[in-house]
Design a protein around this ligand. Structure first.
Ligand SMILES: Nc1nc2c(ncn2[C@@H]2O[C@H](COP(=O)(O)OP(=O)(O)OP(=O)(O)O)[C@@H](O)[C@H]2O)c(=O)[nH]1
Length: 859
C-alpha cells in the first residue's frame, strides 16, 4: 500500500514518544524531527513539512502547558490533525445531484489513470442510482476511445466518442449534448493526458472547459508520482480550477509523499482513491479514517477520542450502544438505517471490514424489511436459538423473501457481531498487544453461531420436505424440486465452484461450463438455472451482478433464461474484441478440412453458447450447423431436417463411420456382418450371428431381404456400423441402438432415438441420415421404395431400371451417380442460398459439375 512506509515511520516516532518516561521538550523535538524526516524521505515538499512542524509546535505549546495535561495525547492529536489538514482543504467538493445533469471533466498527466477512473467513477454513481454516461474527448491517444468503450460496455454505461473526429472539443460538446438529450444526469468527460510544458495541450484543455462548462473538474493523480507532482498539480489547478482530486494506484508500493504534496497544492479535497485496475477497486476517501489507518491508529490508546471526533453528535448515541451494549438485531437495524441515511460511513470505514462499507443499499433495505417482520423479543436478543424454524419461515413470508435470504441476514448479523466485538476490544483495551484481533474470541463467536445455523437449516429442510410435495429435500429420486430453496439445497450438495472474477475469458467459460454441467445433471429447469448460478457469485462478480440486476428492474430475474444469462455473463467477462471475434466466427462458421464432426460440433456449440439467445432456436442452430458442414459431409444429409445440432452431428458421425469402414475395405452384409469375398450381397453371411458376437454385434440398418442392391461395388459406401469394440467410443452422439443386442426383442430396453423418438436398437436412425424408412437405402424415400411397390426390381445387378423414382441425389456418391443406370429428377439447392435452386434430370453416367446456378422463374 502506498504511504505504508511513511505511516509506519510516523507511528513509530509517536510510539517512541509515548513510551518515554516523561515527555519533555527533548522527547517532543525528537518526535517531530523523526516525523519530518519520514515525510521528507517520502517525497513530501520541504515547505509543507516546515509548515506541519511549526503548526504542531504551536498547537502543543509544551512550555505553556500546565502540569496535569496529558502531553502524549496532545501531541498525538496534533500530529493527527495536521496530517489530516494536509489532505483536507476544509471545503467540500461539488457533489452531483440526481435531479439535474452534471458534467464532470477528468484531467491529469499521461497515464495517471483517467480513463480507468472515469469508468470507476461512473460505475460508482450508477450503483447509487445515477444515470451516468461517458464521453471520450481523448482524440490524441490511439486506442483511448476503444479503451473507454470496452470499460463502458463492461459496466453497462453508455459512451460517446469518435474514431474519425480529431477535435476533442467537438467530440466533447456533441457527447454532452447527446447525453443531456437522453436525460443522463451524470456526464463524464475523459480527456487526454498532458503536462504543463505542453502549452498547446493545456490551451486545448481550457477550450474543452469553456465549451462544456463542467460543474466539476477532477484532477486524477498517480500516487507513485514523486516530487515533480507539486508543480504539475499547481499548474492544473491554476489552469482549469480543479475542484477535486482522485488519487490512483494506491495499491502499489510507491512512497506516496509526492502525491500528498500534490494534493496539498490543489487545495482541493481528495474524493476517491483507486486501489486496483478493476472497476470495483475504488474507494470513497475520508481524510480522518484514512490518516487513522495510515498511522495504524488502532494501536494507539487515544483511539476512542478519535472515534468520537469523527462521529457526528447524532450518531454518538448509536456509537455508544455499539460500544457498550450487546450487539442485538435491533442495534443492527439502527446501524443499517444510519448507513442508508448516508451517515456513519466514516465510523464504518474505520472499524468495519471493507465489505460492510460497500454493502449495497438494496441488500440493506432487504434486511430491514425482514427485520420488520421480527418480534420485539427477537430483535432484542443476541441468541439466534430463538429463531425457530416456524418463525424463520414466517419472517420470510412476511417480508416476501426466500428463507435462504433470512439465513443470509443471520450470516450478516454474525459477521457484524464479530466486527463489533473486535471494535469493543480495541476501544476498551489500553494495551497495544490486545488491540490486535483475538482469534480465540472470534472462534468462539463463530462456533456459537455456526452451531445454530445448520440445526435450523436441517429442520427447515425437513419441514419443507413435508410441506412441499415438489421438494426433493435433497434426496435423490422422487419429483424434481419446485422451489428455488429446494433447488438451492440440491445444487449446493454438488459443491459448485464459486466465481468472483476471471483472469482470462476461458476461465469464465470454464466456470460456466462447470455450472451448466451440474445443473444439467440435476435436471434443473430453465427457470431456476440462472438464479442458482448467481448464488455462486462472490466479490467482483457479485458486485457486478447486483448492479446489473438493480439496473434491469424487479422482474428481470423472473424472466431470465439460461441462454440469456449465458449471454450476459460472457459479454461481461469477455473483452469486446473477443466478443466481436466470436460473433464473427459464429456468423461465418464452416467446418475445416480436417475437422471431424465431433470437433466441429464442439466448436459450433461453444460459439452458439456464447451467442446465447442470438444464436436462434435449436432448429435454427441445427440448420446453420448443417449448412456449415464440409461439402462431402453435407452431401449425405442435405435434404434431412434436424431439430437440434446433436442430431446433425449424430447423422454425420454415422456417415463418417461408414466412410471410414469403406476406406478400410471391410464389406458387410445388411446385418452388419462381414462377408467373405465372393459372398453374395443381399444374403445373410454364413458366419452370422451365432459366431463371433464380440466382433459383429452391431446391426446394420438394412434388412437382408429388403435391400435395394445391385452389385457389390455400390455397397462400399453404405457399409454398416462396425461391431468391434475399438469403435464404440466413436459413437459420440448416438442416442439410439442397444449395442450388443439385436432383434426386436431389444426394443423395449432401448433408449428412444432423439431424432425420431422411436427405438431402433443396433442400427442408426433412418430419419437422421435421411434414409428410406422401409429398406434403409439413402437414395430414395419410403414412398418410392421398391419394397413398398413390391417391385424389388433393383435387387441384383442393376439392370432393371426404376422409373420415376424421386431421386435423393444428396445421398448418392459421385461414384454411385457415375455408375447409375437410372434417370432421376433432382433439385439442387445451391449451398448457403436458400433461394437458388436448379432442377435437373440426371442421365445415367452423367457427372454433374455445377459452378453457378440461376434463380428460377419464381425468383
Ligand atoms: N494498480 C492500479 N492500476 C491502475 C489504477 N488506475 C489505473 N491503473 C492502470 O494505469 C494504467 C493507465 O491507466 P489509464 O486509465 O489508461 O490512464 P490515462 O490517464 O487515461 O492515460 P492517458 O490517456 O494516456 O493519459 C492502466 O494500465 C490502468 O489499468 C489503480 O488504481 N491501480
Amino acid at each position: 500500500m502506498v504511504l505504508q512506509e511513511l505511516g509506519g515511520k510516523i507511528s513509530s516516532a509517536l510510539q517512541q514518544m509515548t513510551n518515554a518516561t516523561t515527555v519533555n521538550q527533548k522527547v517532543f523535538d525528537k518526535c517531530l524531527n523523526d516525523i519530518a524526516r519520514a515525510l521528507l524521505q517520502n517525497d513530501v515538499q520541504v515547505e509543507i513539512v516546515g509548515d506541519l512542524q511549526s503548526n504542531i509546535k504551536r498547537i502543543v505549546n509544551l512550555d505553556g502547558r500546565a502540569e496535569g495535561h496529558n502531553k502524549r495525547k496532545i501531541i498525538q492529536q496534533a500530529v493527527f490533525s495536521e496530517l489530516c489538514k494536509m489532505l483536507d482543504p476544509g471545503k467540500p467538493s461539488f457533489t452531483p445531484k440526481k435531479n439535474e445533469p452534471s458534467v464532470v471533466m477528468f484531467v491529469g498527466l499521461q497515464g495517471s489513470g483517467k480513463t480507468t477512473t472515469c469508468t470507476k467513477y461512473a460505475h460508482y454513481y450508477q450503483n447509487k442510482g445515477w444515470k451516468p454516461a461517458l464521453v471520450c474527448a481523448d482524440t490524441f491517444r490511439a486506442g483511448a476511445f476503444d479503451q473507454l468503450k470496452q470499460n463502458a460496455t463492461k459496466a453497462n454505461i453508455p459512451f460517446y466518442g469518435s474514431h474519425t473526429e480529431s477535435d476533442p472539443v467537438n467530440v466533447a460538446v456533441e457527447g454532452v449534448e447527446t447525453f443531456k438529450r437522453e436525460n443522463r444526469n451524470l456526464i463524464i468527460i475523459d480527456t487526454s493526458g498532458r503536462h504543463v510544458q505542453e502549452k498547446a495541450l493545456f490551451e486545448e484543455m481550457l477550450q474543452l472547459r469553456e465549451a462544456t462548462k463542467p460543474d466539476l473538474v477532477i484532477f486524477v493523480m498517480d500516487s507513485s508520482i514523486g516530487q515533480a507532482a507539486f508543480k504539475q498539480a499547481q499548474a492544473f489547478k491554476q489552469s482549469v480550477d480543479v475542484g477535486a482530486v482522485i488519487v490512483t494506484k494506491m495499491d502499489g508500493h510507491a512512497k506516496g509523499g509526492g502525491a500528498l504534496s500534490a494534493v496539498a497544492a490543489t487545495k482541493s479535497p481528495v474524493i476517491f482513491i483507486g486501489t486496483g485496475e478493476h472497476i470495483n477497486e475504488f474507494e470513497d476517501f475520508n481524510v480522518k479514517p484514512f490518516v487513522s489507518r495510515l498511522l495504524g491508529i488502532r494501536d494507539l490508546s487515544g483511539f476512542i477520542n478519535q472515534v468520537k471526533e469523527v462521529v457526528q453528535v447524532d450518531e454518538q448515541e448509536l456509537m455508544q450502544k455499539l460500544l457498550e451494549q450487546n450487539f442485538t438485531m435491533r442495534i443492527m437495524y439502527e446501524l443499517f438505517q444510519k448507513i442508508l441515511e448516508g451517515s456513519f460511513n466514516q465510523v464504518l470505514s474505520m472499524l468495519m471490514p471493507k465489505e460492510h462499507e460497500n454493502e449495497s443499499q438494496v441488500k440493506i433495505r432487504r434486511y430491514l424489511t425482514m427485520m420488520d417482520s421480527m418480534t420485539n423479543e427477537e430483535l432484542g436478543s443476541t441468541d439466534l436459538k430463538l429463531m425457530k424454524e416456524s418463525r424463520i419461515m414466517r419472517i420470510a413470508r412476511g417480508a416476501g423473501r426466500q428463507v435462504s435470504e433470512v439465513f443470509e441476514m443471520f450470516q450478516e448479523y454474525k459477521r457484524l457481531t464479530i466486527s463489533v466485538s473486535k471494535m469493543k476490544k480495541m476501544v476498551n483495551t489500553r494495551h497495544t498487544d490486545e488491540f490486535t484481533s483475538n482469534p480465540a474470541f472470534e472462534a468462539a463467536v463463530q462456533r456459537r453461531v455456526d452451531a445454530m445455523i445448520p440445526n435450523i437449516t436441517a429442520r427447515i429442510a425437513e419441514r419443507m420436505q413435508s410441506n412441499d410435495p415438489g421438494s426433493s429435500g435433497g434426496s435423490s429420486g422422487g419429483h424434481p424440486p419446485t422451489t428455488i430453496t429446494s433447488w438451492l439445497e440440491k445444487f449446493s450438495k454438488e459443491k459448485p465452484k464459486s466465481f468472483s472474477s476471471a483472469s482470462s475469458p476461458s476461465e469464465a467459460e470454464d466456470w460456466l461450463g462447470h455450472i451448466e454441467k451440474l445443473l444439467e445433471g440435476l435436471g434443473c429447469g430453465d427457470e431456476f438455472k440462472a438464479r442458482l448460478a448467481t448464488y455462486k457469485f462472490e466479490g467482483d462478480a457479485l458486485n457486478w451482478w447486483k448492479s446489473y440486476k438493480a439496473a434491469k428492474g424487479d422482474d428481470f430475474m423472473t424472466t431470465l433464461t439460461w441462454a440469456g444469462f449465458r449471454e450476459i455473463f460472457l459479454l461481461h467477462f469477455f473483452p469486446v474484441s473477443k466478443q466481436e471475434k466470436f460473433e464473427h466466427e459464429y456468423h461465418n462458421i464452416y467446418q475445416y478440412e480436417k475437422e471431424t464432426s465431433t470437433e466441429f460440433m464442439k466448436r459450433f456449440l461453444r460459439l452458439a453458447g456464447f451467442m446465447g439467445a442470438r444464436a436462434g432456436t435449436q432448429a435454427e442452430q441445427a440448420k446453420k450447423f448443417k449448412w456449415a458442414l464440409r461439402n462431402e459431409v453435407l452431401e449425405g444429409i442435405v435434404n434431412t431436417h434436424f431439430d437440434d445440432v446433436a442430431q446433425v452431428a449424430n447423422a454425420v458421425r454415422n456417415l463418417e463411420i461408414l466412410k471410414e469402414r469403406a476406406k478400410q475395405g471391410v464389406k458387410r452384409n445388411y446385418e452388419g456382418e462381414p462377408v467373405q469375398s465372393g459372398q453374395g450381397n443381399g444374403q445373410r453371411g454364413s458366419n452370422a450371428r451365432g459366431g463371433d458376437r464380440r466382433g459383429h454385434d452391431y446391426r446394420g440398418y438394412g434388412r437382408s431381404d429388403q435391400g435395394n442392391y445391385r452389385s457389390g461395388r455400390d455397397y462400399q459406401n453404405r457399409d454398416y456400423q462396425r461391431g468391434d469394440q475399438q469403435n464404440r467410443g466413436r459413437h459420440d452422439y448416438r442416442t439410439s441402438g442397444s449395442y450388443g443386442q439385436k432383434g426386436n426383442g431389444d426394443r423395449a430396453t432401448s433408449t428412444p432415438c432423439n431424432s425420431c423418438g422411436k427405438t431402433h436398437p443396433g442400427r442408426q436412425c433412418y430419419r437422421a441420415i435421411g434414409a428410406c424408412f422401409l429398406c434403409g437405402d439413402t437414395r430414395h424415400m419410403a414412398r418410392d421404395c421398391p419394397q413398398k411397390n413390391g417391385t424389388n426390381n433393383n435387387k441384383g445387378n442393376g439392370g432393371n431400371r426404376q422409373q420415376n423414382s424421386q431421386g435423393r441425389v444428396h445421398s448418392m456418391t459421385r461414384h454411385q451417380a457415375a455408375n447409375s443406370s437410372e434417370q432421376i429428377d433432382v433439385e439442387l439447392c445451391v449451398r448457403g442460398c436458400d433461394c437458388y435452386w436448379a432442377s435437373l434430370k440426371v442421365e445415367p453416367n452423367l457427372i454433374l459439375r455445377i459452378k453457378e446456378a440461376q434463380k428460377d422463374d419464381d425468383g
